[in-house]
Design a protein around this ligand. Structure first.
Ligand SMILES: O=C(CO)[C@@H](O)[C@H](O)COP(=O)(O)O
Length: 228
């Protein structure tokens, strides 16, 4: 699969969300960070804004739920128009049931792991998912520094995906920029969330194109991609 770049609207101007979505024309997905001030110490937006955004842009919405009780809320984000819904492993009481509900409603099901959460306990769950998100910062805020120590986890996850012959996408989120995206791609990521690296530039669409180019160049040289 070609590298995908998902700009995070957490770094956008929330008073002009429709315009900010149009500014990243060509992006694969628009990454929408939903935070409830309980699971993470920040508060952003919820179902009504996702509904409005889905009407305002043709870019599919990749909703990342950083909330408590995602089992209850995840299906509502599919109904609101999300094409992909990510819940956190640390917050879900019934991750398999929740993933199945997301898929049954017609969206891609994804699970996220905070930096201290290992992937190995979730190996048997991977076939239930369309994407796994490895957080490369502590969730809650944009503009943090990329955690290099997540690279081995990305590599191990890529090996698990290959071992089971899965079509699972591997997303990274947090501190992804021109100076870190190549390392993520080499390690095995194929979906890249970038907030500040896209929205703090004068030309967000050009930033998306540049990041995709870098990721694809790095992937072409990566041992995991050559083995495909
Ligand atoms: O989920 C989060 C933060 O919790 C991210 O999606 C951030 O929005 C990424 O922002 P940058 O680190 O790319 O600035």
């Amino acid at each position: 699969m070609a590298a995908q770049i998902n700009p995070s609207i957490l770094s956008a101007d929330f008073a002009r969300l429709a315009e900010e979505a149009r500014a990243v024309e060509g992006a694969d997905w628009l990454h929408v960070d939903v935070m409830d001030n309980h699971f993470v110490p920040n508060l952003t937006l919820g179902v009504p804004i996702v509904e409005s955004l889905s009407r305002a842009t043709d870019i599919p919405l990749d909703c990342h739920l950083m909330i408590e009780d995602p089992d209850r809320w995840a299906p509502q984000y599919v109904e609101a128009g999300a094409g992909s819904v990510t819940f956190h492993a640390e917050a879900a009481a019934a991750p398999v049931r929740t993933a199945r509900e997301i898929r049954a409603k017609g969206a891609r099901a994804s699970m996220a792991l905070k930096p201290a959460t290992p992937v190995e306990p979730y190996e048997d769950l991977l076939p239930e998912l369309d994407m796994l998100l490895i957080m490369t910062v502590e969730p809650g805020f944009g503009g943090q520094s990329f955690l290099d120590i997540m690279l081995p986890k990305i590599r191990r996850t890529r090996q698990l995906i290959a071992k089971h012959g899965l079509q699972l996408w591997l997303q990274v989120d947090g501190g992804v920029s021109a100076s870190t995206i190549e390392r993520c791609a080499e390690a095995g990521a194929d979906v890249f969330v970038a907030g500040s690296a896209v929205y703090t530039t004068d030309d967000p669409a050009a930033a998306v194109r540049m990041l995709r180019h870098q990721a694809e160049e790095a992937t072409a040289k990566a041992p995991w991609a050559c083995a495909h």
